[in-house]
Design a protein around this ligand. Structure first.
Ligand code: ATP
Ligand code: MG
Length: 186
């Protein structure tokens, strides 16, 4: 096995991707946000593609200000009891670009951890060009730890990341008829 030389001066600045078809990507990002905030880090979360305030965390995050701040972009995908809205429209693309603009502006504001939730999904669905996401990753200040989440992450983004974790779908209760539940799935 290759011997790894650890860098004792390592600071923030790594790029994580949480992808895959299993559950746990967005909540892993949120868990990291809480850990970082609890350690005195300044955290920003930018939500892509899933708009609205339906998701439980978006109702508690305002109470974590100024430790964690968040921005919601994207149109509504899901209303309980109704089918998920699939497909990509011009309006979805416009919202994704707006989200990317927010992330760029946050790079100038001394955040320690920036989480781009569902940005990998947006790139995988061609809602946003992969080249723009790669540029964002390149222009990230060295001191910012960046997290991208979402299924079907394009290979070039995976290649440019420092950490890639795949949530592998082994079982999901959805397939035995359990619908998305408030507080667990959203
Ligand atoms: P979470 O937000 O719970 O961490 P996630 O970010 O990994 O999940 P997404 O791809 O954003 O998952 O999907 C949102 C929700 O859809 C998840 O809470 C999840 O339980 C549900 N889901 C994930 N995979 C499947 C699947 N294969 N079939 C049906 N529903 C799924
Ligand atoms: Mg998610």
């Amino acid at each position: 096995m290759k011997k790894i030389k650890l860098n004792p001066k390592a600071v923030l600045g790594q790029i994580h991707v949480y992808t895959g078809a299993g559950k746990g990507k967005t909540t892993a990002g949120l868990g990291l946000a809480i850990r970082a905030a609890g350690s005195g880090k300044k955290v920003a979360i930018v939500y892509f593609d899933k708009g609205g305030l339906l998701y439980g965390e978006r109702n508690i995050l305002p109470k974590l200000k100024p430790h964690i701040r968040f921005w919601v972009t994207g149109l509504i995908r899901f209303v309980p009891g109704k089918p998920f809205r699939f497909g990509v429209t011009t309006a979805d693309k416009k919202e994704a670009l707006r989200g990317l603009g927010i992330v760029s502006s946050l790079f100038k504001k001394k955040y320690d951890l920036v989480i781009c939730d569902e940005l990998a999904t947006a790139a995988g669905l061609k809602m946003i060009p992969v080249a723009k996401v790669l540029r964002l990753m390149k222009t990230k200040p060295n001191s910012v730890e960046l997290v991208l989440t979402g299924r079907n992450c394009p290979k070039k983004i995976l290649a440019a990341a420092d950490l890639v974790t795949e949530m592998k779908l082994i079982k999901h209760y959805f397939y035995k008829g359990i619908p998305a539940r408030q507080g667990i799935e959203f």
